[in-house]
Ligand binder design. Structure first.
Ligand code: N01
Length: 862
């Protein structure tokens, strides 16, 4: 293979760290490959961004290749955070060592590319006039490589020196004796401002949005860190690959508001001293999700800035107030804030005094004209998508990628897009990329792509392309993750907000490197789930969705798996009850209601049953819902579903009376069912005493409690009392059959397991009795005449299909049914009020159903 061939297996665009490693892997795999690179040498970002002070802000020991074990021994970084020249030397060293340059065409810009569905090949057009055709086309163009076009009036007028941090002159710039302006205060500006100030006669910084920055404390790498790396580099790298952001770190276990103020400040202080970017949002586990927690961190920064900057007005201007810490990329600096104490350095706060125009001699703001010898634009990039759509890429049926992405990028795994077969992106939008140590994310993508190409070759296949369903759901999954955080609240380049007219969507995947890698691996393990593979050996469309669980539900399951929570069925009944009580004690309490009253009522055998009444804050009387808690007839109490009952009460405006019932194994079937009817009858009889509206009674329940509610509705119909106007059944047990697909698909892994349901049924009911409609209400002969029902079922619940079956059976019997099937939810997730937010809509719909049962007599308590 030769660099002069114009028909190759693989074209890679970009010779930065992604393109270099991809080339290496392609060569190893025996694919003929050409890399096309605009610059005249390797290095990508580090080739272009040569501004003073440019250096990495992930520790160099982490920000380096892991794929060449020898290299790890041969190369030693001189500092914690290597400067740009050293990083470029590293790229050069790797290129030499692996003789990469022989397959790289420098000084070659790719201008367009199109897919030919007949030949199944891409044609890549370059500015040198040389076209290259290839089977596979890989964009290794970097996330922050397309400088933002200046959007300030008069930019072309200035006759002095103009510099962009993103394309800095190779010979450097001497600012000695000059009046210099820097526009922007992002990472590039924060790194360069102190060094420009050291040379310039006068420096004026034009700031639109202040940023959060901590001292880098650059210097030699600590012995401790080096020891951790050197003692077992492979283990260290493996830990990085399976970490949240691509650097081995201990995860915070506590939220910022869970510790005393003194403790909180001490931890923030330690973070400030440590000087690691990922440490900023890692002090506590909720500063990126909880605004109140983040506020404590923001205040800490403000105090630091005020303590460093002498002029109080300048300090205030430097304090970020319009975004939360971590929602825009924070910075690492060396003497950044201190620089504003120098007499020749001035800060112009553009929020107070906006730029009106750049002039021939300087910059005019609304309040003042400034004269300069040089202007430095540190105004950032068209991030993540700019360099990709900067090439005019046309896929199948003449559709361009730019058109496809008009409303924001749509990719599967950030790697590929439907309609663009065999086009790969390294660290594309929809992958963790800029939220991670780029080196780790680059290597993971390169490896995934290389493995995919080898898979195709081995199986005599020519093309790979994601399905529309897979990519649509992947985008939705990423957005859902982002919506759980504060990230979308900032006008950041993560959101595309820095480029006028760019659609504002959250661009990277915020679920973490570890989760992301697991998803990519699982896609492969499941036969390239979500992809269509095509070639001489045939076409296989393996359509499907990876990570269909709601994002917060997935996080909760991951946390529980990490904690090693014991399976309930492995415990004694006594221990299981104690475990449930302990778990209940640490959950969010749910919303306030008007009043809570505890009491007792007589059960079916005359013994006392405890109840808890939740009264809305609105003036009464209110209709009443008799609610039965979950717990498999074995666990739980009248207050076991407290947050859910509060939520239903507050949202529906009805009184919720959560009634206990006799539990198995002490009292087996039909004790609980009989208690349900007895309780409903007592509540109906005492409605007025309870502050309720006589004749306005509904039943509700969750899980086994929903089983009791359903049975109560049936029994009440049979015995003629009480009158029940509606039933809300959340994940109900309706049948004793364990063979439905949901029992098979969700047998394990989603908290309520087949084993646990077996344990519950065994404690509750003899096999011979289980088909009795009082145990399996689905088996009742006649379901007609039952009260209207709202039935909620969850995708990842073993009980899903029997709930669905009950909804269908009631409907067939003429009962009005509102059936809500919750995508991505589990048996326990909808009850997690204030802990899991993706299921909140279902609780709202349940409350609305309750209101619907009672008509005009109820209004929301919210
Ligand atoms: O760019 P930025 P950057 N008028 O977009 C301002 C990585 N990086 O090159 O925030 C006035 O962050 C803009 O203001 P605002 C890192 O991921 C890494 O500094 O839009 N001001 C902002 O202050 C980083 O996040 C390293 O209101 C205008 C600044 O210009 C990313 O690259 C080093 C303006 C742009 O900041 C980008 O950083 C450097 C206008 N019209 C960069 N337009 C490492 O250490 C824009 N601004 C590895």
């Amino acid at each position: 293979m030769s660099n002069n061939t114009n028909d190759v297996d693989v074209v890679i665009v970009g010779a930065g760290f992604a393109g270099m490693y991809e080339l290496y892997r392609m060569r190893q795999a025996g694919f003929s490959t050409v890399v096309l690179e605009t610059a005249d040498d390797v290095g990508g970002t580090w080739y272009w961004n040569r501004y003073p002070g440019a250096r990495c802000d992930i520790l160099s020991v982490d920000y380096s290749y892991s794929w060449d074990p020898e290299l790890q021994k041969e190369w030693t970084w001189s500092e914690r955070y290597a400067a740009q020249p050293e990083i470029l030397r590293y790229a050069d060293f790797v290129a030499d060592k692996h003789d990469l340059r022989r397959d790289i065409r420098f000084d070659t810009r790719v201008v367009s590319a199109e897919w030919d569905d007949g030949t199944k090949r891409w044609t890549i057009h370059t500015d040198t006039g040389d076209d290259v055709t290839c089977r596979f086309y890989i964009m290794a163009t970097g996330c922050l490589s397309m400088p933002k076009v200046p959007d300030i009036e008069g930019t072309d007028l200035f006759t002095g020196e103009v510099y962009f941090t993103s394309t800095w002159p190779h010979d450097g710039v001497d600012f000695t004796g000059k009046r210099v302006a820097v526009i922007g205060t992002g990472s590039s500006a924060v790194q360069s401002i102190p060094l420009i100030a050291a040379e310039a006669e006068q420096l004026t910084v034009f700031q639109r949005t202040p940023n959060f920055s901590i001292p880098a404390r650059n210097g030699p790498i600590s012995d401790e860190r080096m020891a951790a790396f050197r003692s077992d580099p492979e283990a260290y790298r493996e830990a990085a690959r399976h970490s949240g952001a691509g650097v081995p770190r201990e995860l915070a276990q506590e939220g910022a508001l869970m510790v005393s103020e003194k403790e909180r400040l001490a931890r923030y202080e330690a973070m400030w001293e440590a000087g690691e970017l990922l440490g900023i949002s890692g002090v506590f586990n909720d500063t990126l999700t909880n605004a109140e927690s983040n506020e404590t961190l923001r205040q800490f920064f403000h105090d630091k800035i005020r303590s460093i900057v002498n002029d109080p007005a300048v300090a205030e201007a430097l304090c970020p107030t319009n975004h939360y810490v971590g929602t825009k990329r924070a910075c690492l600096d060396t003497n950044y804030y201190e620089t504003y104490n120098l007499p020749h350095v001035q800060l112009v706060d553009l929020r107070q005094d906006p730029i009106t125009t750049i002039t021939e001699t300087g910059i005019d703001t609304a309040g003042e004209p400034f004269e300069f010898d040089a202007i430095v634009f540190a105004t950032g990039f068209d991030a993540m998508t700019g360099a990709i759509v900067g090439v005019d890429i046309t896929g199948r049926d003449g559709v361009t990628l730019e058109d496809k992405w008009a409303a924001g990028p749509v990719t599967y795994l950030g790697l590929m897009a439907s309609g663009f077969p065999n086009l790969f992106m390294i660290t594309g939008p929809g992958s963790p990329s800029v939220l991670s140590n780029m080196m780790v994310s680059i290597e993971q993508h390169v490896d995934w792509i290389a493995d995919a190409l080898e898979h195709l070759r081995t199986h005599d296949l020519e093309t790979i392309e994601p399905t529309e369903l897979a990519e649509t759901e992947w985008v939705a999954h990423g957005n859902e993750f982002a919506s759980l955080t504060l990230m979308p609240t900032a006008n950041s380049w993560y959101m595309g907000a820095n480029v006028p007219g760019k659609p504002q969507v959250f661009l990277p995947y915020p679920g973490g490197v570890d989760r992301y890698r697991a998803a990519c691996d699982e896609v492969v393990d499941r036969g390239y789930l979500g992809f269509a593979l095509d070639g001489p050996s045939g076409r296989v469309v393996n359509d499907g969705i990876i990570r269909p669980l709601a994002a917060d539900v997935q996080v909760m399951l991951d946390v529980m798996a990490e904690m090693g929570v014991p399976p309930i069925e492995s415990l004694s009944v006594e221990d299981a009850r104690m475990f449930m009580t302990m778990s209940a004690a640490v959950r969010p309490p749910g919303p306030d209601v008007g009043e809570i009253v505890d009491g007792t009522l007589p059960g079916a055998d005359g013994s006392d049953l405890e109840y808890r009444l939740y009264r809305p804050a609105t003036p009464g009387p209110h209709p009443i819902v008799a609610y039965f808690h979950g717990g498999g007839w074995v666990l739980g109490r009248h207050d076991a579903d407290d947050p859910l009952c509060r939520d239903l009460c507050a949202q529906s405006g009805a009184i919720i009376v959560s009634v206990d019932y006799r539990h198995a194994p002490e009292a087996r079937f039909p004790a609980a069912a009989d208690d349900g009817l007895a309780a409903a009858q007592w509540i109906a009889e005492h409605a007025e005493d309870l502050g309720g509206v006589p004749g306005q009674l509904a039943v509700a329940g969750w899980s086994a409690g929903a089983n009791i509610a359903a049975v109560t509705a049936q029994q009440a119909k049979l015995v003629g009392t009480p009158a029940i106007v509606g039933q809300v059944l959340l994940n109900p047990v309706t049948d004793c059959d364990f063979t439905r697909p949901s029992y098979v698909d969700n047998a394990d892994g989603y908290i309520l397991t087949l084993a646990l349901m077996t344990w519950f049924w065994d404690h509750y009911c003899d096999p011979a009795d289980r088909t009795d409609p009082k145990a399996s209400p689905l088996r009742a002969d006649d379901l007609s005449g039952l009260p209207p029902a709202m039935i909620v079922t969850c995708e990842f619940d073993p009980l899903r299909d029997e709930g669905d079956a009950y909804a269908a059976a009631l409907e067939a019997a003429g009962v009005p049914v509102h059936h809500l099937q919750c995508k991505g939810q589990t048996h326990t997730s909808l009850g997690a009020v204030d802990a899991l937010v993706t299921g909140a809509y279902a609780r709202t719909e349940m409350a609305e159903a309750i209101q619907g049962f009672f008509g005009a007599s109820v209004t929301s308590g919210v």
